[in-house]
Each structure stands twice: as C-alpha cells, then as structure tokens.
Design a protein around this ligand. Structure first.
Ligand SMILES: Cc1cc2nc3c(=O)[nH]c(=O)nc-3n(C[C@H](O)[C@H](O)[C@H](O)COP(=O)(O)OP(=O)(O)OC[C@H]3O[C@@H](n4cnc5c(N)ncnc54)[C@H](O)[C@@H]3O)c2cc1C
Length: 382
C-alpha cells in the first residue's frame, strides 16, 4: 500500500541511511553478533553522517528537525537489512534516550551532553529495570539520597540496552524511598563515576550484537546537577516519554515483519517440492496473503501514530495499542516465515532465523503485552 507520510527529503534520507547500513553495518554484522556488542565507532560514524540527534537544535550539533519520520526510517532500514541487533543501540539512543535530554535537560546540561550525543562520543542508555522488578516500576529499590550538593546512589539495574557501551545512563531512582511513584527521580550516571560498575554483558536468546548489561551502584556520588527534570517527578517524566519508546518498538516490529515477508517470498518462489515452487501451494499463498494484509494494517496504524507523535498528540493508550499489536504481529509473521523456509529457516545463515530469535523479546521489553493491555483496558474504565 502506498504510504503518504514521507516527502522527497525523507526519501533522500532513507537512501543515505541505506547506504550507511550497507557500508558501515552489514559487512561487520556477523562479527559483531559473535562479539556480543557493536564497536563505539559505529556511533561516531553514525554521528558524523548525521544519523544521530536529528531532533537536537543545530546549536548543539544536531539536525534541528524534530520529526519522528527520520527516526522511523532508521528503524525500518536496519530491519530491512536484517541487522536489527546492531541497529538497536542507535534507535535506543535516538528514539528512547534523547527525548529525555531534549525535554528535561536544563541549558547547562544541554551544553554538557547534547554535542556528544549528536557526535556519538556520548552513548546513552536508560536504566529502569532491576533484578527484582520490571513491570512494577514503582517498587524499585535503587536509592539516591541527597547529601549536600550530590546524591549518594545505591542499588543495581539489569537488562540495560547499551549497558556496556553507555557513557550516560538515565537512571530511575528513589529519592524518597518511603514513596512509590512520587518518590521517583531520574539522574544521569556517567562513565567513570566512582562506585558505578558494569556487570556482565548478558547472554541472550537473540539480538546478539546488542550489549545488554547489569549495572551496579555502590555509594556513587552523583552531583545534583545531574538530575534530569524535577526531583520526585521521575515517574511523570517516564510516563511522558514512554509513548515514543513504544512507538519506536512497534514501528520496528512492522518493519521486521515486512523484511521477513520479503525474504520469504523470495525463498518460496525459488524452493521447489513435489515438482513446484513452495509458493504454488495454496497453504503458502494463504499464509503469504494473511501476512501481507496484517503488515499493511499495522503499517497504516504506525504511520498514523507517527503523525500523531509529531503533532504532540500521541496518547499513552494509542502507543500501547501499537506496541502490543505490532510486536505480536512481528512474532506471528517471523514464526510463519520460518515454517515456510522449512529446515533452512532454522539455520542462522538465513536472515529469517536471526529475525526469529531477535523477535522474541519485542513483546516483553518497553513494557510487556500484558502491561500494554492493562494501560488500554484501564482507560476504558475496565
Ligand atoms: C534484551 C532486553 C533489553 C532490555 N532493555 C532494557 C533497557 O534498556 N532498560 C530497562 O530499564 N529495561 C530493559 N529491559 C527490561 C524489560 O523492559 C523488562 O524485562 C520488562 O519490562 C518486563 O519486566 P520483568 O522482566 O521484570 O518481568 P515481570 O515484570 O516480572 O513480568 C513477568 C510476567 O508477568 C507479567 N505481569 C507483570 N505484571 C502484570 C500485571 N499487572 N498483569 C498481568 N501480567 C503481569 C508480565 O507481562 C510478564 O509476562 C530489557 C530486557 C531485555 C530482555
């Protein structure tokens, strides 16, 4: 279906980013999948080519254009190339972490951090999840207790994307441990602070080139100047920024499904059984038709959500709808595509196999499908 949201400028940006992926990511992807991490130079290369911080004002080295369609294009192209694991760090940096800096940082913080975020010299992460809590964020145990002009931070986080590479970690803490939501704040922990240690780069089912890590905080002294937004407003800040995070994951889900369908169409037309291409069986045709239909439906909804986000109108409920439905779609589609590939679909040399293992997490991170349905259901008064 013809998409109506892009202009010629977006198409040029897409071509430029596609070339960047072909040159800077695809040739190294298998090596990085083995390494369990991408090199920091991927971020500086992306920054030098204008693919980081598109929404950051030009005075800080950004593109000066707050238009999520550019983010969408980056997310779509990494999925199209089958390098979603390597691309996740970039989309997390642009789509998920940067908005906190843009909307909450004061002038001094912007001057300190935004240029490095745009150049790729400062890699970002956001740390909410702890070993004991994920969905139930308000029960977090990491504390930041004020002591003069700094906070003393203690606790730990886990499953943090970019956890090894990150220089700036937006960390959700309790500045008032006696409170639940109202006791939460966001502080930026920086690489090299005493008592801030990284744990293992966790071994995952998929997304192998993405570093996902544990973080430990032992009496870390964090200057008050590193609070993002207002003390005690951390939960409000998260609620404000999570719709964009969820839309980013939803859009990647639809793009991953589109890529899987394209690889599968090629495969079923080449592979034969019982004297005919696999594509010639009615079952194959019906499954392909179902996937085509559902991907088109998801894409139209995501495109509309992107427009709403650009207009400042995307609600938490709409983002939750997009997140759960599009990632469940991704899971269904890649599973069906593996089936249509037969045994070859289980071999990692085929992109569909990697897409299969990479897809599994998407209905969990960024808020699980169940939590998304809670958000939507509660808004219905249920
Ligand atoms: C690869 C990867 C990357 C990640 N990146 C990050 C990151 O960068 N930053 C970060 O902070 N976190 C990150 N996470 C953590 C992720 O967001 C959490 O795993 C997720 O929010 C779920 O939390 P949990 O794992 O504690 O599961 P739990 O909250 O323990 O949930 C377990 C199950 O119970 C269900 N459940 C929980 N509450 C309810 C309820 N009220 N009603 C119905 N069902 C419920 C859940 O849906 C789930 O099925 C990442 C995780 C992974 C695996």
């Amino acid at each position: 279906m013809r998409r109506t949201i892009f202009t010629d400028e977006h198409e040029m940006f897409r071509q430029a980013f596609r070339q960047f992926v072909e040159k800077e990511i695809t040739p190294h992807h298998l090596e990085w999948e083995g390494d369990g991490i991408v090199p920091r130079s991927l971020f500086t290369a992306a920054g030098a080519s204008g693919f980081l911080g598109m929404a950051v004002p030009e005075q800080y080295g950004g593109g000066g254009v707050g238009d999520f369609r550019y983010n969408l294009i980056i997310g779509e192209e990494v999925q199209r190339s089958g390098t979603g694991g390597a691309g996740l760090g970039l989309t997390l940096h642009n789509d998920i972490c940067l908005p906190y800096f843009l909307s909450l940082a004061d002038d001094e913080q912007k001057a300190r951090w935004l240029p490095g975020i745009c150049s790729g010299e400062l890699i970002t992460a956001i740390a909410m999840t702890e070993p004991g809590i994920g969905s139930d964020l308000a029960s977090m145990g990491t504390t930041a207790i004020r002591d003069g002009d700094h906070y003393v931070v203690n606790g730990s986080k886990t499953f943090i994307t970019n956890g090894i590479n990150a220089d700036l970690v937006i960390t959700a803490v309790k500045t008032d441990p006696s409170q639940r939501h109202k006791g939460m704040s966001l502080v930026v922990l920086e690489r090299g602070m005493d008592g801030f240690e990284r744990g293992r780069n966790l071994e995952k089912v998929g997304l192998h080139s993405q570093d996902t890590a544990e973080l430990f905080f032992n009496d870390v002294q964090v200057p008050v100047a590193n609070v993002l937004g207002s003390e005690g407003q951390g939960f409000v800040h998260l609620v404000h920024n999570l719709p964009q995070e969820r839309l980013s994951i939803a859009a990647a889900g639809v793009a991953a499904a589109e890529a899987a369908l394209a690889w599968t169409l090629e495969y079923v037309n080449e592979r034969t059984a019982f004297g005919q291409p696999i594509a010639g069986f009615q079952n194959s045709r019906f499954r392909l038709a179902e996937m085509r239909t559902e991907i088109d439906l998801g894409r139209v909804f995501v495109d509309r959500c992107v427009e709403a986000l650009n207009e400042g109108e995307l609600s938490a409920e709409e983002a939750a709808e997009a997140k759960w439905w599009c990632t469940e779609l991704q899971k269904r589609v890649v599973d069906t595509c593996v089936q249509l590939h037969g045994g070859y679909g289980y071999m990692l040399e085929y992109p569909i196999a990697r897409a299969y293992v990479d897809a599994r997490i998407t209905t969990i991170y960024g808020g699980t499908t169940e939590i998304m349905k809670e958000i939507i259901g509660r808004s219905l008064g249920a």
